[in-house]
Design a protein around this ligand. Structure first.
Ligand code: URA
Length: 205
């Protein structure tokens, strides 16, 4: 069913999403961020990747996944045979949530109300792009994409149906892969991450 309120206010294209994200006041996170970071990629990508929120470097660049997590993602996408330029990459939350420690800006996980507020933009991106497959990277993205807590360990690696015909896949967040302390566990999680990306790309084909 179409939503009349949504239709009246909905962005008509990705340029309007980008402008709207930067001007967004739906939650307080805009106050301490440099800019809103919209998604990046082709207007009709078959595969959409959803991260958590921009990090320090993304906040400065205005682009998703260009910092350390982006490097892990790039490596894994290449190993999975997924061309990043053919995917649309975005975040569940569009402004960088952080606290200051001295001069350093330390990442803070967005809370559920911030995720819910920003679903307006993720939904707008989904409606415009109509990807066949949406991959949630980590728990915050999974909450946004599925609208409810969707534990990664239990749900990763399979196709989950989404209400708008798209299929959903959940997998690890690339930053998590950087943090796993045990080397063996880390290599194992990374291999599953590559496998999940490969699976999602095939599903989108
Ligand atoms: N982590 C994310 O979830 N998204 C980014 O854009 C960068 C780091």
């Amino acid at each position: 069913a179409r939503d009349a309120t949504y239709d009246a206010l909905a962005p008509q294209g990705l340029e309007e999403v980008a402008a709207g994200v930067d001007a967004c006041r739906r939650c307080p996170l805009y106050k301490d961020a440099t800019q809103g970071v919209p998604g990046e990629g082709p207007a009709h990508a078959r595969l959409m990747l959803v991260g958590e929120q921009p990090g320090d470097q993304e906040d400065l660049a205005g682009l998703p996944f260009v910092g350390p997590a982006g490097q892990v993602l790039d490596k894994a996408l290449a190993e999975a045979g997924v061309p990043r330029a053919e995917t649309y990459i975005t975040n569940a939350v569009k402004h960088f949530k952080h606290e200051l420690r001295g001069k350093r800006r330390i990442h803070q996980t967005p809370n559920p109300s911030e995720v819910t507020a920003c679903r307006w933009w993720v939904d707008a991106e989904r409606r415009l792009i109509r990807p066949r497959v949406v991959v949630a990277l980590g728990a915050t993205a999974a909450l946004s994409v599925f609208g409810k807590a969707t534990p990664i360990g239990k749900n990763r690696g399979v196709a989950l149906q989404l209400p708008d015909q798209a299929q959903g896949v959940v997998t690890y967040h690339p930053s998590y892969l950087l943090r796993v302390p045990d080397a063996e566990a880390k290599a194992k999680a990374y291999a599953l991450f590559v496998q999940d990306l490969k699976f999602a790309w095939k599903l989108a084909g």
